[in-house]
Design a protein around this ligand. Structure first.
Ligand code: ZN
Length: 156
């Protein structure tokens, strides 16, 4: 298996399945982000003062300078739509009954972007730079996951 494939049509494949399971842990920063989201309904980021850059979700260290960071900065809940796409098929290639829109949002006071659904896109086409607001589920419906955010809704 150390041979280098130079012709894509020479690729061999064996159909089948691998019984692999994994569990993703949110880490220290992610734990702080999801706990704040569940318990207080806020979006928590981490500010690197060395780089003048605010990450969201919160991070343990700066990816640029490796400084240790804290979950110390509330961001959003409003922000600007940086990019978006509309999905018409599901995970397994099945057509969706209704298309789903996903957007990258730069929350106010953050530099990094957060990916989530865009809700109620309405009749008007979305525009890059459009103002949106994170819709946080009511306290009794939160469970400390990314689904505690219903999505982003364009602001009138
Ligand atoms: Zn930094």
């Amino acid at each position: 298996m150390l041979e280098r494939i130079t012709q894509p049509d020479e690729i061999r494949r064996w159909p089948g399945e691998l019984p692999v399971e994994h569990r993703y842990t949110p880490g220290v920063g992610g734990e702080a982000f999801f706990t704040a989201l569940r318990d207080r309904g806020v979006l928590l980021g981490s500010r690197c003062t060395e780089c003048s850059y605010t990450y969201v979700p919160a991070r343990l260290f700066c990816e640029r300078c490796f400084s240790e960071l804290a979950a110390d900065t509330e961001v959003g809940p409003q922000g600007a739509l940086v990019s978006f796409t509309i999905g018409f098929v599901g995970l397994f290639g099945e057509p969706l009954e209704e298309p789903e829109t996903y957007g990258l949002v730069r929350l106010d006071r953050a530099d990094a972007v957060l990916l989530h659904r865009v809700l109620d896109t309405g009749e008007e086409p979305l525009e890059i730079g459009e103002r949106v607001k994170a819709i946080i589920r009511s306290p009794n419906d939160r469970d400390g996951t990314i689904s505690d955010i219903e999505g982003f809704r364009p602001i009138e």
